[in-house]
Ligand binder design. Structure first.
Ligand SMILES: [Cu+2]
Length: 371
């Protein structure tokens, strides 16, 4: 792990020292002039769901707030739906054999919502480097059915678990590699600090009728518990009213396990988008995002319950999503320079390590202001 951290540092130092070569290319070529946002238009920014999509001119600051709501309903195993009764009667409980553990998964999650509040700041000390920080506040809620006893289809009852609090904190450097009138390319070099809790608890309804207070499964925790590397590359282009872009972004765990004995799977995502600017104050966009994530590696020895979310193997998978969005930019008046954006996302394809709850849709609203 220490080796990977050292490589990261070396990479950053290397990029910084290369910077003078890029500096001339970077001067005043985009819509982001130095302290001059008068030439900005709505499509200067990618769809709001893309993180680290743009860089700023020297001396610029930007503040942002994003709110995301995600709705998950029903479970999926591979590419097929799987219903609660089938899970409760046929899906093996990996903890069977431990005292009191039934052979199948007698507690089934039916739906989950996640609300995320993202506070971001950007600052460009020079034209080739923009620094970015983001803090996240999360609220999660999961509904469950508890089936009675160790077998059969009789339902004992329902319960809901909740968690909320600050998640992990992300710090990034966006390094401009190239930019001209039509396109720009930059590196995203970020790190995620494990500021989110991974030992949140909730009262649950067990198949035997007991209501113990237990550590919640991985999906309900607020952070990864590990330092994570967030590398990426972003390409953006624009010509007349059209803009387009592509971004590769990854989450790579820098530690083999967190304090509780596990690490989330590495995640790789690739996004492509196009947008059309109807007027300087409004653009609309379409975006395709594909991602793949490994299952959880290791196990938290305190999470031993007959529910799919307690099995580290029931995490990750391959997903393709479609997003439609709009960017608005106030070009005059008292709110000049303020941006509002919205983007809604729905899945096109899902192959999940499961059974696992599936995401039906999500929507993100954002506000941004540069000065
Ligand atoms: Cu910005």
């Amino acid at each position: 792990m220490r080796i990977r951290t050292t490589l990261l540092m070396a990479g950053m130092v290397c990029s910084f020292s290369l910077s003078p070569a890029y500096a001339d290319q970077a001067v005043h070529l985009g819509n982001h002039g130095v302290h001059d946002h008068s030439a900005s238009t709505a499509s200067d920014h990618a769809p709001i769901g893309v993180m680290g999509d743009h860089i700023h001119g020297a001396g610029d600051f930007m503040l942002s707030y994003r709110a995301m709501h995600m709705d998950m309903d029903g479970s999926r195993k591979g590419t097929s739906d799987i219903d609660p009764v089938t899970i409760a009667t046929t899906e093996a409980n990996r903890f069977f054999g431990v005292a009191g553990q039934p052979p199948t998964l007698r507690v089934v999650p039916t739906s989950m919502t996640m609300d995320m509040h993202m506070l971001g700041g950007m600052y460009a000390p020079t034209d080739w480097l923009t620094l970015m920080a983001m803090a996240n506040y999360l609220e999660k809620e999961m509904d469950h059915i508890t089936f009675a006893g160790g077998a059969g289809t009789a339902v004992l009852g329902n319960f809901t678990t909740k968690s909320k609090g600050w998640g992990d904190t992300k710090l990034s450097g966006l390094v401009r590699l190239s930019k001209n009138d039509t396109y720009g390319i930059h590196l995203n070099m970020g790190i995620s600090l494990p500021t989110g809790s991974i030992d949140e608890t909730a009262t649950v309804l067990a198949p035997n009728g007991a209501m113990p207070l237990l550590r919640m499964p991985y999906a309900m925790q607020l952070g990864t518990g590990t330092y994570d590397l967030l590398p990426g590359v972003t390409y953006i282009g624009h010509k007349n009213a059209w803009s387009w872009g592509a971004q590769y972004a990854a989450e790579i765990r820098l530690e083999d396990e967190n304090d509780e004995g596990y690490a989330w799977g590495d995640k790789h995502s690739f996004s492509v988008w196009g947008s059309y600017e109807w007027a300087p104050w409004i653009s609309t966009s379409a975006r395709l995002t594909g991602y793949t994530q490994d299952e959880i590696d290791g196990i938290d020895s305190q999470i031993v319950v007959p529910v799919q979310t307690a099995d580290p193997d029931n995490y990750g998978g391959d997903v393709l999503e479609l997003s439609l969005g709009a960017n608005l930019l106030a070009t005059k008046g008292a709110v000049k320079g303020h941006r509002l954006a919205i983007e809604a996302t729905a899945p096109l394809y899902r192959n999940l390590n499961g059974p696992q709850l599936e995401t039906d849709w999500s929507v993100m609203l954002g506000w941004q202001y540069a000065f």
